[in-house]
Design a protein around this ligand. Structure first.
Ligand code: ZN
Length: 76
């Protein structure tokens, strides 16, 4: 039980998802989250595009611009 570990002296952090205090103990495999639910919720935020950078088209254009297929490397 996590509560058994939450005694004075235990490092407490804030769950990034629900802001609840979380005991930083090695037994907590979900740290820095307080629970698997919060970890999944946070990962879900990334996946749904709230934090993820979805548009990579500009980057692709830059790459294709650098590789110029019309340019012939051998110019005699
Ligand atoms: Zn939480």
């Amino acid at each position: 039980m996590l509560t058994d570990r939450m005694r004075p002296g235990t490092s407490l952090i804030e769950c990034p998802s629900c802001k609840k205090p979380v005991a930083w103990v090695t037994d907590n495999e979900y740290r820095p989250f307080c629970s698997e639910r919060c970890r999944i919720l946070d990962l879900g935020e990334w996946a749904s595009g709230n934090r993820y950078i979805p548009d990579d088209k500009e980057h692709s254009d830059v790459l294709s611009g650098e590789i110029n297929p019309e340019r012939e490397p051998q110019t005699d």
